[in-house]
Design a protein around this ligand. Structure first.
Ligand code: HEC
Ligand code: HEC
Ligand code: HEC
Ligand code: HEC
Ligand code: HEC
Ligand code: HEC
Ligand code: HEC
Ligand code: HEC
Ligand code: HEC
Ligand code: HEC
Length: 468
């Protein structure tokens, strides 16, 4: 039996342990919420996709004492829109079926952190994946029995380029492959769809039609409180805004703590733009250009980047004005030259020797119709058909340049297919050297997906005795 003093000793030790654990938890909570450099408290660096959030622990740890549900809510708050049907082929709802309980016991696919934990660079692969590459085996062990074309294939190759993605499989599912299997390399009319903002303006309820009716403005209409700089006036007058009735005050009046009415500011931020371009602002905040601003941090700068950047751009801030200078809103400069002021990786630098750039130059020179050229934006900021409200969709420029980047088959539907066939696009995007040279030359890779889909279809038809 233990003596009373022995028991008291144990109790004190227990209390001391409890006390220090509590203090540690409080210290962590305090630093998470208020600390200066909180990165010291990270168990390890963040994944490349999130490294910009290192000063915003609370973006994920919304409640430092909260459990896994709290983290899950944070992931879904930022990424939820992309994790639903039809964009995601393994959405959460897929796993509500009780028949999947056995699978979930192997790998809990209802939690993001099962496959994407943080602070663990030693196990973090491309796309922030922290599961071994053969993770599909847990749920698709019998694939070779269902599809003989898959016999003998190692599970680590399921998500090779051009085969399958866990989430966005929209350019890779069997019916899509079969539908596009005979598409020629080049479409009959290789063109990007036209932008639609100005043509749909009348239907956009949120637009401040009352204050800024869409009528062209003249030099004397400028409503700035002080005399107007000639250069500012010229830039403003020669670009789209003055022509569409967007006066100086539309951008320059900002909410102000000292006054009830908005006051003039010489340095308007993106709030000014958002009364008319809320979607562009929102999408910008979801990618690696705008994510720091969206998280309430100072803008991103090339100096903090993991990707190679031009040294002279180190201290430039990433805002709308990085690509659209204050009063010059020509989108051609924004689509190539602006990008190359910052980006300096091999792929970006190779662009100007590509066939796509040649086409872009011909478009700018008026030798080819609008939409024929392929700028950096043509691939990375595609013109997509976006549901802007419950009842209206429009072709708009996606300002989230991370959205279709990786896995790169996401680029097929939003970009390549406007001009190329599916077989050619799959091969081109599976060819790493071709990406590095920014698509100079023909693809050397050959993706077998379409062929395999065909084999499976023929076999299925034979078995059922049907005809194609
Ligand atoms: C992008 C989201 C994200 C950001 C930003 C983030 N973390 Fe984490 N953190 C996680 C995830 C995910 C885990 C692992 C949870 C798990 O596997 O259950 C984690 C785990 C931790 C843990 C281990 C204790 C625990 O709760 O499991 C600490 C400590 C921690 N983070 C501190 C920080 C600090 C300090 C910062 C800011 C400097 C930070 N984190 C920023 C996502 C994030
Ligand atoms: C404050 C918003 C925010 C939160 C919270 C957040 N993310 Fe992200 N995440 C982003 C942004 C922005 C990117 C970069 C753009 C992109 O790749 O889509 C990103 C990138 C990623 C990537 C791609 C990584 C890469 O290297 O390409 C994964 C995977 C991911 N997030 C998963 C998660 C998970 C899991 C959680 C919850 C633990 C989470 N995110 C929480 C905003 C967020
Ligand atoms: C069972 C594993 C698994 C789970 C669970 C999972 N992911 Fe993923 N995730 C992957 C894999 C594998 C990739 C690599 C790209 C692919 O195959 O689609 C990926 C890629 C991503 C990417 C970058 C590429 C893209 O298409 O956007 C993001 C962002 C992401 N996941 C977010 C999430 C979020 C948020 C959750 C929770 C709602 C989640 N993932 C749950 C396996 C998983
Ligand atoms: C947690 C279980 C689970 C994991 C892990 C998993 N899947 Fe699935 N997958 C399912 C379920 C459930 C279905 C629905 C069809 C079925 O019952 O087979 C499905 C369907 C599919 C389909 C056909 C549907 C479609 O929309 O294209 C493909 C392809 C697929 N998975 C590929 C993958 C790949 C590749 C991986 C690994 C990166 C993977 N899956 C990992 C559970 C899983
Ligand atoms: C579409 C939005 C927009 C419109 C319209 C606009 N501006 Fe600006 N203006 C900006 C932005 C953005 C900046 C740069 C802010 C910064 O650098 O911080 C700026 C900067 C300025 C500056 C200070 C910096 C400089 O370049 O000298 C002045 C002065 C100015 N604008 C005057 C005007 C006048 C006068 C008009 C009308 C003729 C006008 N602006 C119309 C967005 C606009
Ligand atoms: C009062 C509404 C309003 C505000 C505020 C506004 N814009 Fe615009 N913007 C428009 C309209 C209308 C058009 C369409 C003009 C056209 O295409 O003819 C436009 C077009 C554009 C274009 C495309 C130009 C082109 O040549 O196709 C860009 C880029 C742009 N705006 C950026 C911005 C930025 C950045 C801000 C904030 C600094 C801003 N706008 C503020 C109404 C506004
Ligand atoms: C990385 C460079 C870049 C940044 C940063 C950027 N834009 Fe753009 N923006 C472009 C390019 C390039 C186009 C034209 C693309 C095209 O014509 O296909 C464009 C087009 C637009 C258009 C016309 C869209 C349409 O569908 O007609 C608007 C409006 C616009 N930008 C607003 C903004 C606003 C607001 C911000 C800040 C939140 C911003 N941009 C930040 C590069 C950028
Ligand atoms: C002011 C500098 C600047 C300009 C201008 C700029 N970028 Fe970036 N870009 C960055 C920085 C910084 C990052 C983030 C890199 C990181 O987080 O490591 C980035 C990231 C990217 C990424 C990677 C996204 C991801 O999820 O991995 C792409 C693609 C990209 N930019 C394309 C473009 C294109 C296309 C343009 C022109 C339309 C452009 N950028 C203009 C600085 C710039
Ligand atoms: C024909 C389409 C196309 C064009 C044009 C294009 N890119 Fe890319 N870009 C891609 C693809 C595909 C990838 C690779 C995505 C992957 O597999 O991860 C990529 C990757 C990138 C990356 C990420 C690099 C990394 O290592 O993660 C950046 C930054 C980038 N491009 C910038 C640019 C810039 C700047 C231009 C113009 C000077 C440009 N791109 C032109 C298709 C294109
Ligand atoms: C706006 C139309 C358009 C878009 C979008 C587009 N391309 Fe192209 N691409 C062309 C045209 C036109 C050619 C030249 C064909 C020719 O000369 O026969 C070309 C040529 C190519 C070549 C051959 C280059 C050479 O030197 O022979 C490759 C590879 C290529 N594109 C890949 C892609 C990929 C991958 C995508 C999507 C990420 C894409 N393209 C998007 C129009 C486009």
């Amino acid at each position: 039996m233990m003596s009373d003093s022995g028991r008291a000793g144990k109790k004190i030790l227990w209390l001391v342990w409890l006390g220090s654990a509590l203090l540690a938890a409080l210290a962590l909570t305090y630093t998470l919420l208020n600390g200066e450099d909180r990165t010291l408290f990270m168990p390890g660096p963040l994944s490349p996709g999130h490294h910009q959030l290192a000063a915003a622990c609370d973006a994920c740890h919304t409640d430092p004492l909260g459990d896994g549900d709290v983290l899950q809510e944070a992931c879904v708050a930022c990424h939820g829109d992309d994790r639903k049907k039809p964009v995601d082929s393994h959405p959460l709802v897929k796993f509500n079926d009780p028949r999947n309980a056995e699978r979930l016991a192997q790998i809990d696919a209802t939690r993001c952190v099962t496959c994407h934990t943080e602070h663990r660079p030693e196990i973090t692969a491309t796309d922030g994946l922290t599961q071994p590459l053969d993770l599909c085996v847990h749920c698709h062990r019998d694939i070779a029995a269902d599809r003989p074309s898959h016999a003998g294939m190692p599970f680590a190759t399921c998500k090779d380029s051009g085969c399958h993605n866990y989430h966005n499989n929209r350019a890779l599912y069997t019916d899509f492959l079969l539908k596009h299997q005979h598409a020629p390399e080049l479409a009959e009319q290789p063109l990007l769809p036209a932008r639609q903002f100005v043509t749909l303006l009348d239907e956009i309820m949120e637009y401040p039609h009352d204050r800024y009716p869409v009528v062209a403005l003249a030099p004397e209409d400028a409503d700035a409180p002080q005399p107007v700089d000639e250069e500012v006036k010229r830039d403003w007058l020669t670009t789209a805004h003055a022509a569409a009735g967007v006066n100086c005050s539309a951008c320059h009046l900002a909410e102000n703590a000292e006054s009830e009415t908005p006051l003039w500011t010489d340095h308007p931020g993106q709030q000014g733009c958002s009364q008319c371009h809320a979607l562009e602002v929102e999408r910008f905040g979801k990618g690696r250009h705008g994510m720091r601003l969206a998280a309430g941090l100072a803008p991103m700068t090339p100096e903090q980047a993991l990707l190679p950047m031009q040294p002279q751009a180190a201290h430039r801030e990433l805002t709308c004005n990085s690509c659209h200078p204050a009063h010059r809103f020509d989108t051609a400069t924004a689509a190539v030259e602006a990008c190359l002021d910052c980006h300096a990786d091999d792929h970006s630098l190779a662009y100007k020797t590509s066939r796509h750039h040649e086409l872009w130059q011909q478009e700018l020179n008026g030798e080819l119709p609008e939409g024929s050229g392929v700028s950096c934006a043509g691939c990375h900021m595609p013109r997509i058909d976006f549901d802007v409200s419950d009842w209206l969709s429009r072709i708009m420029v996606d300002h989230n340049q991370s959205a279709n980047l990786s896995p790169n088959s996401k680029m097929i539907r939003s970009s390549c297919l406007h001009c190329h066939g599916l077989p050619f696009s799959l091969d081109a995007l599976a060819d790493r050297n071709l990406i590095d040279s920014n698509f100079k030359g023909r693809p050397q890779a050959q993706v077998r997906s379409i062929e395999m889909a065909g084999e499976d279809q023929r076999r299925a038809l034979e078995e059922t005795g049907g005809s194609p």
